[in-house]
Design a protein around this ligand. Structure first.
Ligand SMILES: O=C(O)[C@H]1NCC[C@@H]1O
Length: 342
């Protein structure tokens, strides 16, 4: 066996969505802040290609790189690599990272509750983990301040006509459409159509509306399209289906923590959710994230909420990714049969 790289990974999924964690074998990238380091990773692309592309990765995979924290309050820091983006924050990935850090013993666990602070590229997130018998059973993440950007905006999408959409930020940027109005009841067999339409809607929103984050001028595109199901009021609180189309064309298997945060910001802006409410988002595979609003704040001149999301993650295995120097595809490859619903 010979290899010019050996990258140590603990694999995990949060409520169905893969979020691998690189725990060794990669030198921290250059940069004064975690955001700058994440921009370096996004521009350089070598690590992204190596772990995300086939034959090591696949369109379903997200990979997180642990790096030494820059902020004195942080216990650990991570850079998120998604199929197309290297985003400020991710719900499922932060839940996978927290679970891997605690379940593998990288950070000490105390039962029944462990509190840690993670530094994501977009800022600090406080994590509370309910732990039992050496397992972090449920992770609560105080996500980045989240805000509604546009309510009831008109968006022309070729072949679909004029849609009424909301746009919002929940640690990542969303265009939100009403799932029922698009003819979806958010069932598993709709995944292909949701992925395909979602990418068209995201692309149209990027062309026609453009996203603006008041404090992060680098983040100026919409990453995702959320197909939002109707909100029902149940004995346990609010509940709604959620399917998020991820570039270049797949559906999140989890209910998407950033989408839940964005949706809570929109519901709050409309006066339809307050701090007493809980919103449970349900994914296409029936998994759930639970959300609540911890308080209000502002992001630049925009009113914002402080969201908390919670969900579960499980370790699925360990890998040592290697590169034989004679491998003709050191950066892997992508083909459109799986990389992007058509
Ligand atoms: O839960 C989330 O926020 C994420 N899941 C995969 C894509 C998003 O970052």
């Amino acid at each position: 066996m010979r290899s010019t790289k050996t990258i140590h990974v603990i694999s995990a999924h949060a409520e169905g969505e893969v979020g691998d964690v690189i725990v060794g074998g990669v030198k921290p990238p250059p940069g004064e802040t975690i955001w700058e380091q994440s921009r370096w990773i996004a521009k350089d692309n070598t690590l992204r290609n190596f772990v995300l592309n086939e034959p090591r990765g696949g369109v379903f995979r997200h990979v997180n790189l642990l790096v030494p924290p820059k902020h004195p309050d942080a216990d650990a820091a991570f850079i998120i690599m998604e199929p197309e983006d290297t985003p400020p924050m991710s719900g499922s990935n932060s839940i996978c990272v927290s679970t891997v850090l605690l379940d593998s013993g990288i950070l000490p666990m105390t039962e029944p509750v462990t509190e840690i602070t993670l530094e994501a590229p977009g800022g600090l997130v406080r994590v509370r983990a309910e732990c039992r018998n050496g397992k972090a059973e449920r992770i609560f993440v105080q996500n980045l301040p989240s805000f509604a950007e546009r309510l009831d905006a008109k968006l022309e999408v070729e072949g679909l006509g004029t849609l009424t959409v909301d746009t919002a930020y929940g640690g990542d940027s969303f265009v939100i459409v009403d799932a029922a109005a698009m003819g979806f009841s958010l069932k598993p067999d709709e995944a292909h159509d949701i992925a395909r339409l979602g990418v068209r809607i995201t692309n149209a929103a990027n062309a026609a509306l453009g996203f603006h984050h008041p404090e992060n001028p680098d983040w100026k595109h919409f990453s995702f399209c959320l197909f939002a199901g109707p909100v029902e009021r149940t004995a346990e609180g609010l509940r709604a289906g959620a399917a998020v189309a991820i570039q270049p064309g797949k559906v999140d298997r989890s209910p998407t923590g950033t989408a839940l945060s964005a949706r809570m910001a929109v519901l709050h802006a409309r006066g339809q959710m307050n701090m007493e409410d809980r919103l449970t988002a349900v994914s296409l595979i029936g998994s759930t994230f639970s959300g609540r609003i911890l308080g209000t704040t502002a992001v630049g001149d925009r009113p914002a909420i402080l969201p908390e999301i919670s969900g579960r993650a499980w370790i699925t295995g360990t890998h040592q990714h290697m590169l034989d120097p004679s491998d003709p595809w050191p950066e892997g490859y992508r083909l459109t049969d799986t990389w992007g619903a058509r």
